[in-house]
Ligand binder design. Structure first.
Ligand SMILES: Cc1cc2nc3c(=O)[nH]c(=O)nc-3n(C[C@H](O)[C@H](O)[C@H](O)COP(=O)(O)OP(=O)(O)OC[C@H]3O[C@@H](n4cnc5c(N)ncnc54)[C@H](O)[C@@H]3O)c2cc1C
Ligand SMILES: NC(=O)c1ccc[n+]([C@@H]2O[C@H](COP(=O)([O-])OP(=O)(O)OC[C@H]3O[C@@H](n4cnc5c(N)ncnc54)[C@H](O)[C@@H]3O)[C@@H](O)[C@H]2O)c1
Length: 453
């Protein structure tokens, strides 16, 4: 069939773009091989954050006595109910989107795997569809690292872990980064023994060492064991479970193995060669600042272009493409600042550069730090784990980056993000009166105590 536009992937950018294009009077084919909503809705942000919420309730309930609250007995975990709650939240989002895509005038919702047969033609379920505009939002998947024996054991990725029938007795996790750490804490709080194996010498190694260390200590305090700078020499079946042998180290007998060792764009089976669309060694489709591929009329959005690995960056890709094509604007991907959170409890909110990155970029630095033990609200809540930190350019007085590991850190860090986007000096924030008692109110104080870094 002939369309005005083909959108591949109903993840975080595809559907919004399809709705905009249809509203502009265009005939759109929306092609999706899996459930609508993609990774975020089905196997990523939404289910994991419902689990984080359940795990936090369990954690606080165990600490109830600290707050003078008495419970009649032991705190228990009803995994089928935890899972049912998660699945209900996911279903609400996925089913609403499925319905909208199937009922919007101008959109033909095609279920199946799309593959290029020519620069402006794709095949799905044996049928060919062509359009002058093609938008790729195909996402990414978990990769299996080259660990000897991994193919012989029933390892889990983030999607399969969400479908287990009971809380693991002992969950071993390959990879101590965003996915590994969120799941580690969740399942520890549900009662599993948890062991992390990470090849880097520290957890979440993209962050500054003091942040890695604070997160390590926070997880260790909950009983999570981390093997750092560790390599798995071999994995084998061990009855119903898995036996991991570390190079020069101990053996770990686990009931379940989660692999959270990185993700790769879904571009190996897209027929990109037939269209002449280039990608890099990691599988990311090469795009310019407006997310155009090197084939005119073909764009790549979201995780498959390697320019962001988050729901908000994919959504921003949609905004950029829609504004440039339909609103006559000239928006660019390089206008956005890096920002994300690690949703452990407490979370890590992050914007801009780390201190190490700022130093490497050649900036003269001022650095501010404040432990959460000196944040009134954290003390009042009994949640004093973590610290806040800001990195400032000593010459321009612009904030270059910030991290807040602490209660409400994922929210409070936005004050610094907004200031950075506005392009104003840190002194503006330092002189802004904030609400007491909040975590945000200590940001001006921290900025008033900057030290040469
Ligand atoms: C466990 C986990 C937790 C996460 N938590 C967060 C978080 O808290 N915050 C955050 O910002 N990000 C989080 N992320 C990352 C976030 O989920 C992704 O960055 C985001 O979903 C990417 O959106 P996307 O549209 O680029 O890709 P996806 O959402 O993956 O969408 C791609 C879609 O394309 C479809 N598709 C692929 N190839 C084809 C084809 N050839 N034909 C037809 N359809 C195809 C797929 O089925 C999929 O539905 C998390 C990820 C994981 C794995
Ligand atoms: N809160 C969030 O926004 C959120 C949450 C989860 C995931 N995500 C997204 O998902 C992406 C992927 O996350 P991820 O944690 O899988 O990957 P990652 O690329 O962030 O980290 C992979 C980790 O695995 C380690 N590793 C690699 N091979 C290993 C091996 N053989 N043994 C032990 N460790 C090994 C690496 O050193 C690294 O620390 C992230 O980039 C992130 O954007 C975001």
């Amino acid at each position: 069939m002939e369309f005005d536009a083909i959108v591949v992937g109903a993840g975080q950018a595809g559907p919004a773009l399809a709705f905009r294009l249809a509203a502009s009077g265009r005939r759109v084919a929306m092609i999706e091989r899996g459930p609508a909503g993609g990774t975020c809705v089905n196997t990523g942000c939404t289910p994991t954050k419902t689990l984080v919420a359940s795990a936090r309730v369990a954690h606080l309930a165990r600490r109830a006595a600290d707050f003078g609250v008495t419970l009649p007995g032991e705190v228990g975990i009803d995994w089928p109910k935890v899972r049912a709650r998660m699945e209900a939240v996911v279903a609400r989002s996925r089913d609403g989107l499925t319905k909208s895509l199937g009922s919007t005038e101008g959109i033909t919702f095609i279920r199946g795997h799309a593959r290029f047969t020519a620069p402006h033609e794709m095949e799905v379920n044996g049928e060919r569809h062509a359009a002058p505009w093609i938008f790729l939002d195909v996402g990414a998947h978990a990769v299996a690292p080259p660990v000897p024996g991994l193919e012989t054991v029933p390892w889990l990725d983030n999607a399969r872990l969400l479908q287990i029938e009971a809380v693991p007795r002992h969950l071993a996790i390959l990879g101590g980064s965003y996915i590994g750490l969120e799941f580690a804490q969740v399942f520890r709080r549900f009662g599993a023994e948890v062991t992390i194996i990470e090849t880097s010498p520290r957890l979440i190694a993209r962050e500054d060492p003091e942040i890695s260390e604070a997160i390590h200590d926070m997880l260790a305090a909950e009983g999570i064991v981390s093997h750092l700078g560790a390599r798995v020499a071999a994995v084998a079946r061990d009855g119903e479970g898995v036996l991991l042998r570390l190079e020069g180290g101990p053996e770990i007998r686990a009931s379940h193995l989660l692999v959270a060792a990185g993700r790769r764009p879904n571009t190996d089976d897209l027929g990109l060669e037939a269209a002449g669309i280039a990608r890099d060694a990691r599988g990311a489709i090469l795009v310019d600042d407006a997310l155009r591929t090197d084939v005119p009329g073909v764009w790549a959005l979201g995780e498959c272009n390697g320019r962001g690995a988050f729901t908000h960056t994919t959504w921003n890709d949609y905004e950029i493409v829609a504004a440039n094509l339909l609103d006559g604007e000239q928006r660019r991907v390089t206008d956005r600042l890096p920002c994300y959170a690690l949703f452990t409890d407490p979370p890590l909110g992050r914007v801009g550069m780390t201190e190490a990155e700022a130093r490497q970029a050649g900036h003269r630095l001022l650095v501010g730090r404040r432990p959460m033990t000196r944040v009134n609200r954290a003390v009042e809540k009994g949640e004093t784990t973590g610290l806040m930190k800001a990195v400032v350019d000593a010459d321009s007085h612009r904030i270059l980056g910030a991290a807040i590991l602490g209660t409400d850190g994922d929210e409070a860090v936005h004050g610094m993000l907004d200031l950075m986007q506005a392009g104003v000096p840190y002194t503006t924030l330092q002189r802004t009166v904030h609400i007491h008692p909040t975590v945000s109110e200590l940001i001006p104080t921290m900025l008033g105590e900057l030290q040469p870094g």
